[in-house]
Design a protein around this ligand. Structure first.
Ligand code: GLY
Length: 370
């Protein structure tokens, strides 16, 4: 069942291994990267409780010793104080230039540990062992690392590619249903942005992926990672095509800001709602058929996911305020909002040519149902 996706980036190329029980093989897989049998693991307290013993055993099976630092779980950890703590711990552990740091957790730990590795001694290598669906299909691949600033999310960081990614799909079994479905929002995004056949497969099989069918989970993660790897290989630093990965994100970032980055709306939930809104906008601009947004929303509903603005608990600001929040997105160029729109399912493209009135009207109608 084990799958390998190669991310082709010249001398920064690496493999993403995907399949069940990879933690058991972690030592054998990491050993070829090491100059001495020792790694430093950054993780969070929840992941440490659930899975750190399995990682320690997997590493020990290949004679590798590990030391670990478990930071608090949650987005607040992606901040200067915890970054400082992580880097100082790595220095105290005497991690050298040729050593390897392991990021063992979800997107928060992957981003923070990757950024710590990018800056420690001007850059040490790191291995991503993502433990959430969102991290396995998105944040562990592609080398975006960083922390949040008071001014916004992910505003401080670096591109620093991992040397290896081990996506153990067995570990997903300990996720809450809500967190799993949030990560599934990113899986759906891949079908919508570039692979209509994958979206059709998700329509038919998504409930199996959710229900725990391991072969289906491996296939969903593998296809998502393949798509991301292809895009990152074409455009590592997001000068063009990589922006396709932000389908649904312009709406999502405004909604996340409007809900205070709280658990009223998880990132992948915002992505799913954002994808539905991006297809609605595309349809109103005459780019895709009217059936496409209905089909997107039908699949999200079937999966029991947040689909509409009405699914977000609490009050939301008006349409004008939401568009203003979009304008603060860090992907704005020369003040122009950038949207990922679609000519159909699996046919996304990047454009700055979207009339503000069209965005306002989509949001006004969506808010009218709240
Ligand atoms: N999550 C979007 C990207 O990696 O570019």
């Amino acid at each position: 069942m084990l799958q390998t996706v190669h991310v082709e980036l010249g001398e920064r190329s690496y493999d993403v291994e995907i399949g069940p029980d990879l933690l058991k093989q972690s030592g054998a897989r990491i050993a070829p990267l090491l100059h001495r049998p020792k790694v430093a693991v950054l993780t969070d307290e929840n992941v440490a409780d659930l899975h750190l013993d399995a990682l320690r055993d997997g590493l020990a099976a290949a004679g590798i010793q590990m030391s670990s630092l478990a930071l608090p779980a949650g987005e607040a950890t992606k901040s200067w104080p915890h970054f400082e703590r992580a880097v100082e711990w790595l220095l105290a552990e005497k991690i050298e230039r040729r050593d390897v740091v392991v990021a063992f957790g979800g997107g928060v730990i992957g981003d923070l540990a990757g950024f710590a590795a990018a800056t420690l001694r001007r850059g040490v290598r790191f291995v991503q062992i993502p433990t959430s669906l969102l991290a396995q299909v998105d944040s562990s691949v592609g080398g975006k690392t960083g922390i949040n600033a008071p001014q916004g999310k992910n505003l401080i960081g670096a591109f620093h590619q991992p040397s290896l990614v081990l996506a153990d799909t067995s570990v997903l079994g300990t996720m809450t249903q809500r967190d799993f479905l949030s990560g599934y929002g990113e899986v759906v995004k891949y079908g919508l942005l570039g692979d209509a056949a994958f979206f059709e497969w998700l329509e038919a099989t998504g409930t199996d992926v959710f229900g725990g069918d391991m072969a289906a989970r491996v296939r969903a993660v593998t296809r998502s990672v393949q798509m991301k790897a292809d895009i990152v290989a074409r455009d590592e630093t997001e000068q063009g095509d990589r922006a396709l990965l932000n389908l649904g994100h312009t709406f999502c970032h405004a909604l996340e800001a409007a809900t205070g980055y709280s658990d009223r709306l998880l990132h992948g939930e915002g992505v799913a709602i954002g994808c539905a809104l991006a297809f609605e906008l595309s349809s109103r601009l005459g780019l895709c058929s009217q059936e496409d947004p209905s089909r997107v929303r039908a699949h999200l509903r079937t999966m029991g996911m947040k689909t509409d603005l009405a699914d977000i608990p609490g009050d939301l600001p008006g349409a004008e305020a939401l568009v203003d929040l979009m304008a603060q997105d860090k992907k704005v160029i020369d003040g122009q909002l950038r949207f990922i729109l679609a000519r159909g399912i699996g046919q996304a493209f990047v454009t700055s040519d979207v009339p503000r009135e069209a965005v306002l009207s989509v949001l006004e109608d969506a808010l009218a149902t709240v």
